[in-house]
Design a protein around this ligand. Structure first.
Ligand code: S3P
Length: 438
C-alpha cells in the first residue's frame, strides 16, 4: 500500500490518542498468566498486539474481543498448553521477546516464527539470559526460527543488562514470574518501565532501587497476583507523529487527549520543548498505574538540538519523527549514541538518511546517529518523488508527516506496516486536516 500526501494542509482540532502498543501487549501476557477474569479497555487493536493475542490463544489463553473493542481474559482450568504450529509474532519484537520469556518460564515446548523484518532481528539478547536462567532454546544463530523445550528455571537469578532494553528486562521478569522464581536485574540506563508498573498494579512484590544512572529491579517470587480490570493509556509514540505534524504545519492548535505520560517515555516532549515547541499537558491523571494527560500543541518555531546519552532509550522509537522535526527547525540537530536504531523494524538511521537524500534534506551520517541541517522553509519538490518506507511503520509515518512541508505531493511506498502500531492513522490524520491518498 503506497500513500500519497496532499499539499497546503494544516493540522488542527481534537483527537484521542490510540492505545499504547507496549502496554497492550504486556496487559495480554500478564493478564493471561494470571488466569483470572479481567477486562482490558483502551487496547490497541493493531497488528502487533493482535499477533501477541493470537499467539497466546494458540497456547490456550482463550482471550476474546467484544463488539465494542473490550478485551476479555478468562479463568481456565490450566494456564497454557503446548502447540504444534509455530507461534507467529509477525513484525513484533516486543511480542517475540516477551513471549519467549513467558513461555520459557511456564516450561512449554514450542516454536516461533515471524515476518522477514522480525526474522532478521537479534534475539540473542533474550536467548542468552533466558538460557543462563536454565531455559533450553534453539535458534538460527540468534535469530528466528526459534524453538524452546520444557525445563525448570533457576529459583533465583541475577542479571546485568548489557544493552539498555525494556524488552530484555521484561522478558526476564516474565520468565521469573511464570516460573515462580525471584530475579534481580540491573539496567544501565532507565528504559520504559511498563512491566514493573503493571506487575505492581497487580500486586507483585517488586522493588526498584537506584544507584547513579542504574536501576536495580528486584522481583520476589510472586505466586498469586490479583487481576483487576485494566485501562490502557494512549501511546505517546503514536501521538509523536501528530505533535510534530501540528508543529511543522503551523497549526492554529491541536489537542490530543489520553496521551500516556510515563516519565520513561516522555523524553520526546522534553526534546521538542527544548527545540522551542509550545506543548502544554492538561488534566494529568493516573490510569491503572500509568500517568496520562491531554496535550495542547500550539504554533511554534523550532530550533536544532543535540541528543545523546541517557535520553536516547527514552526517545528510541521517536528518533525518526524527531529527525523530521529537525529537518524543519532552524540550525543543526546532532543525534549520537543511537546505534540501537540499526536493529529496529528496519535500520532506521539508514532509512531516515535515504528519505532525506530523496527530499534534499542536508544531513551527515554517523555509525550511531546523524546530524541534520534544518530549515523552516517548505522543501521545493521539482518532480514526483517516492520514498521507501523500508516496510517500517515509523519510517512510513515520519515521511508522510514530512510531506506536510513539501511543495508537491510525495509518495511513501509500502505503508501497510502502519497497521502494526497505528491502525487508524489515515482516518485520524484526515480528521485533523491532512488527506493521504491510497
Ligand atoms: C519496547 C521497547 C523498545 C522499543 C520497542 C518497544 C517494549 O525496544 O523500541 O518499540 O515494548 O518494551 P528495546 O527495549 O529493545 O529498546
Amino acid at each position: 500500500m503506497n500513500l500519497t500526501t496532499s499539499t497546503n494542509s494544516q493540522i488542527f482540532g481534537k483527537v484521542k490518542c490510540p492505545g499504547d502498543k507496549s502496554i497492550s501487549q504486556r496487559a495480554l501476557m500478564i493478564g493471561a498468566l494470571m488466569n483470572q477474569e479481567m477486562t482490558i479497555d483502551g487496547f490497541l487493536h493493531g497488528e502487533d498486539p493482535l499477533s501477541t493475542m493470537n499467539a497466546l490463544n494458540q497456547i490456550g489463553a482463550g482471550i476474546t474481543v467484544d463488539e465494542s473493542g473490550l478485551v476479555h481474559l478468562c479463568k481456565k482450568n490450566y494456564i497454557f498448553q503446548n502447540c504444534d504450529e509455530p507461534l507467529n509474532l509477525g513484525n513484533s519484537g516486543t511480542g517475540l521477546r516477551l513471549m519467549l520469556g513467558l513461555t520459557c518460564g511456564v516450561g512449554l515446548n514450542l516454536s516461533f516464527c515471524g515476518d522477514e523484518s522480525l526474522s532478521s532481528r537479534p534475539m540473542s539478547r533474550v536467548i542468552n539470559p533466558l538460557t543462563e536462567m536454565g531455559a533450553s532454546i534453539k535458534s538460527s544463530s540468534g535469530k528466528l526460527p526459534i524453538s524452546i523445550l520444557p525445563t525448570s528455571l533457576q529459583k533465583q537469578f541475577t542479571y546485568e543488562l548489557p544493552v539498555a532494553s525494556a524488552q530484555v528486562k521484561s522478558s526476564i521478569l516474565l520468565a521469573a514470574l511464570a516460573s515462580g522464581a525471584g530475579v534481580e536485574i540491573t539496567e544501565p540506563i532507565q528504559t520504559r518501565d511498563h512491566t514493573e508498573r503493571m506487575l505492581k498494579n497487580f500486586g507483585a512484590n517488586l522493588e526498584i532501587a537506584t544507584e547513579g544512572n542504574k536501576n536495580i529491579i528486584q522481583l520476589a517470587p510472586s505466586y498469586h497476583l490479583n487481576a483487576k480490570n485494566y485501562t490502557v493509556v494512549g501511546d505517546i509514540s503514536s501521538a509523536a507523529f501528530l505533535i510534530v505534524a501540528a508543529l511543522i504545519s503551523n497549526s492554529p492548535g491541536l489537542e490530543i487527549t489520553n496521551v500516556g505520560m510515563n516519565p520513561s517515555r516522555t523524553g520526546l516532549l522534553q526534546v521538542l520543548q527544548n527545540m522551542g515547541a509550545d506543548i502544554e499537558a492538561r488534566n494529568q491523571r493516573l490510569e491503572s498505574g500509568e500517568p496520562c494527560a491531554d496535550l495542547i500543541i500550539k504554533k511554534s518555531m523550532l530550533r536544532g538540538v543535540e541528543l545523546s546519552g541517557n535520553i536516547i532509550p527514552n526517545i528510541i522509537d521517536e528518533i525518526p519523527i524527531i529527525s523530521i522535526a529537525a529537518a524543519f527547525a532552524e540550525g543543526e540537530t546532532i543525534i549520537r549514541d543511537a546505534e540501537e536504531l540499526r536493529v529496529k523494524e528496519s535500520d532506521r538511521l539508514k532509512a531516515v538518511s535515504d528519505g532525506f537524500t530523496r527530499l534534499g534534506v542536508a544531513h551527515k551520517n554517523f555509525e550511531d546517529g546523524m546530524s541534520i541541517i534544518g530549515s523552516p522553509n517548505a522543501l521545493l519538490i521539482e518532480q514526483p518523488i517516492s520514498i521507501e518506507s523500508h516496510e517500517d511503520h515509523r519510517i512510513a509515518m515520519s515521511f508522510l508527516i514530512a510531506g506536510l512541508k513539501c511543495s508537491k505531493p510525495i509518495t511513501v511506498k509500502d505503508c501497510k506496516n502502519i497497521f502494526t502500531s497505528f491502525p487508524n492513522f489515515i482516518e485520524l490524520i484526515s480528521s485533523i486536516g491532512y488527506k493521504l491518498e491510497k
